[in-house]
Design a protein around this ligand. Structure first.
Ligand SMILES: C[S@@+](CC[C@H](N)C(=O)[O-])C[C@H]1O[C@@H](n2cnc3c(N)ncnc32)[C@H](O)[C@@H]1O
Length: 213
């Protein structure tokens, strides 16, 4: 069955409103600025493979993971046209990768859907990230709620529940937004520190690295 998260995301990708268009455009610029040539990159929650071709053009090797079968089917259709991309169906909480494999880990749009598993996922990412590697996360910011609600209404997610503080549950899937302080604290708890952060109208783009003790 087609996953509800990715179906929603595909709708937004196809016809983004101004706020989301800015999000996607700034995201690309940020990624281009921060991803070094010839690196090994992990795309966490690669979805329908929106970024795989882009990552493939910069990196030596790209791995994409998603825990949703439909997403992986779509991503595989893209990956099989690219020489340096592999995608696998697996959960970011526990992956098959060896310790310190990646130069860059990119969690693009996916972090907002992790709910209570955030710390477990971040600790797994810390394990598979090289000590001199970078974790790049893109998330909704504290001002995103109005634009998010417009989108949820537009695509007829009539059953979404707003739990307060920008936390929305749609068909049992959580979607959150964060202030700079909140995301800083979450990353800090998992042993990461923010080294660059860009604030857009509805989003933050964040580059962080491991705190080495
Ligand atoms: C909002 S979509 C973003 C997709 C893609 N990164 C993009 O920007 O177009 C979130 C994706 O993360 C996946 N996902 C959510 N939680 C996950 C987890 N714990 N492990 C792996 N994938 C996950 C979902 O299945 C979905 O495809």
């Amino acid at each position: 069955m087609k996953s509800k998260t990715i179906r929603f995301w595909e709708n937004v990708e196809e016809n983004p409103p101004k706020s989301y268009k800015e999000f996607f455009e700034e995201e690309r610029k940020f990624l281009l600025k921060h991803i070094p040539q010839n690196c090994i990159l992990l795309d966490v929650g690669c979805g329908d493979g929106r970024n795989l071709g882009f990552f493939s053009s910069i990196c030596k090797k790209v791995f994409g993971i998603d825990n949703d079968k439909y997403s992986i089917k779509k991503s595989k259709e893209i990956a099989c046209t690219l020489k340096n991309v592999e995608v696998t169906l697996e959960d970011a909480e526990k992956t098959h990768f060896n310790d310190k494999t990646f130069d860059i880990i990119a969690i693009i749009g996916t972090f907002c859907n992790l709910g209570k598993t955030k710390q477990k996922v971040l600790l797994e990412m810390k394990r598979v990230l090289k000590d001199n590697g970078f974790l790049i996360i893109t998330i909704y910011n504290e001002n995103a709620l109005k634009e998010r609600l417009k989108i949820y209404n537009k695509y007829n997610f009539k059953k979404f529940v707003h739990k307060g503080n920008g936390t929305i549950i749609i068909n049992n899937i959580i979607s959150e937004q964060f202030s700079k302080e909140q995301i800083g604290e979450i990353l800090n708890t998992a042993g990461f520190k923010i080294i660059d952060i860009f604030k857009g109208s509805i989003f933050y783009l964040i580059k962080s690295k491991k705190r080495l003790n």
